[in-house]
Design a binder for this molecule. Sequence first.
Ligand code: SF4
Length: 314
Amino acid sequence: MLKSIIYTSEEENLLKHCRLCPRECGTNRLKGECGFCNLDSRIAIASVCNHKGEEPVVNGEKGICNVFFSHCNLQCVYCQNYQISNRLSNVNYTSAETIVDKITAVLQESENIVGFVSPTSQIPQMLSIIRALRERNLQPLIVYNTNSYDRVEMLKRLEGTINVYLADMRYAFSDLGYSLSGVKDYPEKAIAAIKEMYRQKGSSILTDKWDKIESGLIIRVLCLPQMQQNSMRILDLIAENLSCNVQISLLAQYYPPFAMADEALNHRLSQQEYAEIVNYAIDLGFSKIITQELSSADTFQPDFTKNKPFETVL
Ligand code: SF4
């Protein structure tokens, strides 16, 4: 469809009958069909920018180059990135070359790390960008930053390509996943996906002599207001299915991005709610816990309308 994207035959096959994520739509995206995520086979990216909002061990001093993909295979009602993640939001299609140009520029001022955000629906596109980077002799660390509604089979294909997994674990209860993100099988799919990441990376965060990350898995728990039971049960699931030695990150940064139908989501997390979750993690035996100040809800409010869109490539 788009001459400037060079897919391998394996990637073409993935797009011909799309089962990249657990929705398994089966659409032929190479022919321009769109499944649930409303994306065809072109590269749909909303922003490439220096980003300092990841965990300190990932950010380093200078921040990393984040590539924010448009649309998302989950549609969380509270999504902090809703401007670009909504499956009906405007998309600007672009070429791998344009993205690599932009990444190259951003890497001048960042750590030598590229983070792909919400890549699940565009894994072949991500791989084509990584290839294009390698062709220019750029070897940044690659971060896969995901909501974890991923298929194990796809993650197995990424072994050896991804250096760092930043993996959300959103829900422990299926009904909550259905009401807030529209999928009935989130806990089982996400735990299976994270177990695969754990198989690849183990529980150790490997760093270089400057304490910059080289490899690892960080599991993120976005602590939602008035839903401590969900966060605590997530911690149980991680302990039961992986290990208490894994690196977890308890995010306190939730803020209501607009008026929520669910009244609980109209609040920010309270200090007491957050402390309950942190203490629960400690009591369970987790020792590698990254915490946040509650004030992070003020600082991590992305506004993608400020970014210049990429040119549309037809
Ligand atoms: S990536 Fe998109 S088209 Fe493919 S299975 Fe998931 S939602 Fe459907």
